[in-house]
Design a protein around this ligand. Sequence first.
Ligand code: AMP
Ligand code: ZN
Length: 138
Amino acid sequence: MKDCIFCQIVQGTIPCARIYETEDVLAFLDISPVIKGHTLVIPKTHVVNMLDLPGSLAGEMHLAMQKLGQAMMDGLKAGGFNLGMNNFKDAGQLVMHAHYHLIPRFAGDGLSLWAQGSYRDNDEMQKVAQEIKSAIPS
Ligand code: AMP
Ligand code: ZN
C-alpha cells in the first residue's frame, strides 16, 4: 500500500535494520525500542491487523518468532522475551500494517508491561465473561 510505512520498509524505500525474512514475513528492529533488540515482525503483504491476518500467514509469523525469540536469548543473552500486538487505535496501534512486537527481557530490566486491576466481585467477572462469550460466532 502506497502510504504505508511498513510496506515501504518491505519494498526497501525506507531503510531498516533487517534481522530475518522469508518469502512472506519480515523482521526488523523497532526504531524506538522498549528494550534494545525490540523487533517488529510483519507480513510482507499489507494486512491491517490481527483480524485480517490469514491463519497460514500467522503460522509463518509464529515460526519466525520462535526463531527470533531463541536468537534473542542466544545472541543477546536475554533471559526471556515478551510478545505483543496492538490491534486498532484504541489499543495503541499507530502503524496500520499488522505487526508483532518481540521484546527481549533481562533480569532486573525494570520493565512492567501490564498495570493490573480487579473486578468488583464475582458477578461482575461473570457478566464480562458472558458479554465476550455471547459475541463469539458459532
Ligand atoms: P504500534 O503502536 O503497535 O503500531 O507500533 C508501531 C511501532 O513501529 C512503534 O513501536 C514504532 O517505534 C515503530 N516504528 C515506526 N516507524 C518505524 C520505522 N521506520 N522503523 C522501525 N520501527 C518503526
Ligand atoms: Zn502496509
